[in-house]
Design a protein around this ligand. Structure first.
Ligand code: FAD
Length: 427
């Protein structure tokens, strides 16, 4: 009964019997009857539970209506995914008076940060790693650790009392009678608007290289990398020219012999460019858009020279880079010019694709696994938004500092759309 927990004792004494009555009623009803009730509520036939519950004091109507909707699992907005993106949307929704819930499949807060490798340091300094409302401690020259990011996001969720239900994996979303029907292993949830904020971490991308299955060594994706311990004294190939590749290379090269394989020349940002640049570039993209212009920012995939990567440069390990190999034999990588490298392990730091399987029944997924969007709004299904996946849902939206702007715009859009619908003007 978490909804009652923060209420005064007198209020609880008043409301608890009603709450129990509703619970009892829900258990009593068969699923079909319950769903019929949902339909009546949607159609506005059942505006107040008073129509079927007796002896309820009239002045509690509003509260009961709210509780009733909670029991029906019916909300104005459902957010799928309780990482930083889902929370940032929740932060702005709290101010609107719209009812909402966040469904997250993890057992603990902080989204995918809790699964990242132990020694990870953010590439964005603390001040530029902040969600709307709370500045991350540490200032503009400190690169927070993974654990500090986890702690920050946990505190964020608690401070704003965001209604996250976990662990709650969304299996499938469908659309029926103008509502989103969100299926989980237990309950079914209903909403007028849906925000998908499921990130990409659950969908790692490994290129299809012939021979991977025959290779006798260890093959992992960076999302499975946890610490250098398991690579001690090995010969390790690190594949990928992004920040993950450079950072994993920096530390694995301290305990093993490494070869760095990139698909193009790695691009290193100047030593004095840090996460602040993400913020500046995001602002410039936004301001250009307001003026009807386009600004093409520098790539977010360029490598930020965090201390560990600078140190690896001093040791000379960043120099070695070979173009993609053609295939794997049981113990080596083979290039088409005949060059081979014997290795014990390959770590693919080759990125991610958006985790959007739960939307497949809505028929909005394109062949590249994305949804067509304008900003964060899906262009081929009304009231669906996608937040935090990457530049295609707003420049730098897959970063702590960048997602705030996308979240704000998303909530403004949802309010506009639901308002228009309520006034019969959905144009
Ligand atoms: C190695 C690495 C380093 C990074 N470093 C930085 C950095 O220094 N600074 C920075 O700003 N950004 C950084 N990022 C980028 C970004 O901040 C993170 O990727 C961030 O975790 C994205 O947040 P999110 O909320 O969009 O996704 P996630 O954190 O992945 O959260 C999505 C949530 O949705 C849940 N979910 C997924 N599918 C379902 C489902 N079907 N039902 C219910 N729940 C579901 C997931 O379990 C998860 O809890 C880094 C990313 C990586 C991979």
């Amino acid at each position: 009964m978490s909804i009652l927990e923060n209420q005064s004792r007198d209020f609880r004494i008043q409301i608890e019997p009603i709450f129990e009555m509703l619970t009892h009623k829900k258990k009593e009803l068969k699923r079909v009857e319950w769903e019929a009730l949902v339909r009546k509520t949607e159609q506005g036939i059942l505006n107040s539970p008073n129509q079927y519950l007796v002896d309820i004091p009239g002045n509690l109507d509003l509260i009961i209506h709210y509780l009733f909707n909670q029991f029906l699992n019916q909300f104005d907005v459902i957010i799928i995914g309780g990482g930083q993106s889902g929370l940032a949307v929740g932060y702005y929704l709290r101010r609107t008076g719209l009812s909402f819930i966040i469904l997250d499949q993890e057992s603990e807060p902080s989204g995918s940060w809790q699964h990242m490798w132990q020694s990870l340091h953010l590439f964005s300094p603390a001040q530029w790693s902040s969600l709307p409302g709370i500045i991350m401690k540490g200032g503009s020259d400190y690169y927070p650790t993974r654990d500090e990011a986890i702690e920050y996001i946990k505190n964020y969720e608690n401070k704003y009392n965001l209604p996250v239900k976990r662990p709650m994996k969304v299996l499938r979303v469908q659309r029926e009678r103008g509502l989103f029907v969100v299926e989980t292993p237990g309950d079914v949830y209903y909403s007028k608007a849906l925000v998908s904020a499921t990130g990409s971490y659950g969908n790692p991308f490994i290129p299809d290289v012939p021979g991977v299955k025959q290779f006798k060594g260890k093959v992992i994706h960076s999302s499975q990398y946890y610490s250098v311990e398991e690579f001690k004294n090995m010969r390790v190939a690190i594949v990928g020219e992004g920040n993950s590749g450079a950072q994993i290379l920096a530390e694995v090269s301290e305990v093993s012999r490494t070869v760095w394989i990139t698909s193009k020349e790695p691009r290193f940002l100047a030593d004095n460019i840090d996460g602040r640049y993400l913020f500046d570039a995001a602002s410039q993209v936004y301001e250009a858009k307001l003026k009807g212009k386009t600004y093409h920012p520098p790539s977010l995939g360029d490598i930020v020279m965090v201390p560990a990567v600078k140190e690896a440069r001093e040791r000379g390990v960043l120099q070695a880079s070979l173009r993609p190999f053609q295939n794997l034999s049981p113990n080596s990588l083979i290039w088409n010019d005949g060059h081979t490298e014997t290795v014990d392990a390959v770590i693919f730091c080759t990125g991610f694709k958006p985790s959007l399987d739960h939307l497949s029944a809505l028929n909005v997924l394109n062949s590249d696994g994305r949804v067509s969007t304008e900003g964060t709004r899906a262009t081929n299904l009304e009231n669906l938004s996608l937040v935090g996946y990457g530049n295609w849902t707003g420049f730098a939206s897959a970063t702590l500092i960048g997602v705030g702007r996308s979240a704000k715009q998303t909530v403004e859009e949802i309010v506009r759309q639901l308002d228009a619908k309520a006034h019969g003007n959905n144009g």
